[in-house]
Design a protein around this ligand. Structure first.
Ligand code: DAH
Length: 353
């Protein structure tokens, strides 16, 4: 009887082994486990039959049973681990995102014609090149700002009515209304003056945010380029000359600039920067409301209070600043009616540039 049982255990283990080895996947492993080691398995039946054995025999058969089950369980575990590893590798293979894959737009002549930078990015790059050629360095600043940089250091204390000129988006961080998405690139003036001593000749391109409803001339997320010059003896003439030099370098010799008196809290005096309407060449059209000029941004002489905020002596240094929209610039130069198309991802538009 004991020998019979031992032989049966032996045969069942061999059979179980074959079945485990034949398993083709995780589901099979699970099914084989139940069939070979489960409560209704042939091995379990042998265990039940052990009840009728004498104690010594029962111990012998019991030990053989335990060993057989242990070896089968180890084998099952190995198969399971192997299938799981295979599975993981297959998933990684299948889910891999090939970022080097080349997307070719419909109508492309060849793979080489695989797309290009958006018009706004092209315009920003060109602006940077133009200013670098004029001796400016290019800087960057954060898009999330504190109230101090976006407003207060720019001569707009809390509750200053000029804050109403910007439709501000505040972030839910810290005290209410202390951290915001910058409404303009002007806060980088402050970062620049904090980080270095004059002379400063810098331009700062970057993304800005306002709670504006998108329309033909406004986007809630847009781009500006800020300019800042601080040195000994800088005058309003330097500002006007720089703006004119930039305008003809960027738009061509037929487009000129003019400054009209305006107000900004961080400059004194302040001006609006306008260029000849490129659509009608200054004759007057619908786009420029018949004036022949198109407004691009603001500028002025750095207000002594701004110098005060960063510890620069306004008796020793003077400076000018300017800021205008890159999207607006691209729109004006290309004669684009509605700015929203810049973000539409419409290839019929994008492939024109
Ligand atoms: N930050 C102003 C705006 O977004 C534009 C501006 C005006 C920038 C005058 C300047 C400046 O640097 O001097 O409307």
């Amino acid at each position: 009887m004991t020998t019979d049982l031992l032989e049966e255990i032996h045969a069942l283990e061999a059979d179980g082994r074959r079945r485990v080895e034949a398993a083709a996947g995780l589901d099979d492993v699970r099914a084989v486990e139940t069939a070979v080691l489960g409560r209704k398995s042939p091995l379990a039946k042998v265990s039940a039959a052990m009840g009728g054995l004498a104690a010594a025999d029962r111990r012998q058969v019991g030990q053989a049973m335990q060993e057989a089950r242990g070896r089968l369980a180890t084998l099952l575990e190995q198969r399971r681990a192997a299938f799981e590893a295979e599975d993981r590798e297959r998933r990684i293979r299948e889910e891999r995102l090939d970022l080097t894959e080349i997307m070719v737009h419909p109508g492309a002549a060849s793979v080489a014609d695989r797309g290009h930078l958006n018009l706004v990015t092209q315009t920003r790059d060109e602006l940077e090149d133009t200013f670098i050629a004029m001796g400016f360095e290019v800087a960057e600043g954060p898009e999330a700002e504190t109230d101090w940089y976006n407003f207060e250091a720019l001569n707009m204390p809390p509750a200053h009515p000029a804050r109403g000129m910007w439709d501000t988006l505040y972030l839910k961080l810290g005290e209410p209304e202390t951290i915001l998405l910058r409404t303009h690139t002007s806060p980088v003036q402050i970062h620049l003056m904090e980080a270095q001593k004059p002379p400063i000749y810098a331009v700062v391109p970057g993304r800005c945010y306002r709670r504006d409803t998108p329309d033909a001339r406004h986007l809630p997320v847009f781009h500006q380029v800020e300019g800042l010059v601080v040195d000994h003896g800088i005058t309003f003439g330097d500002l006007a000359g720089t703006i004119e030099a930039f305008t003809t370098a960027f738009f061509g010799p037929d487009i000129h600039s003019r400054l009209r008196p305006s107000y900004f809290p961080f400059t004194e005096p302040s001006a609006e920067y306008e260029v000849t309407c490129p659509i009608c060449a200054g004759a007057g059209c619908r786009t420029c409301s018949g004036s022949g000029w198109i407004e691009l941004g603001g500028c002025g002489m750095v207000d002594p209070n701004v110098f005060g905020a960063v510890g620069i002596d306004p008796e020793e240094y003077t400076g000018f600043a300017f800021g205008f929209g890159i999207d607006r610039l691209a729109q004006v130069r290309q004669g684009i009616e509605d700015m929203r198309i810049l973000l539409d991802n419409d290839l019929r538009f994008l492939t024109q540039f």
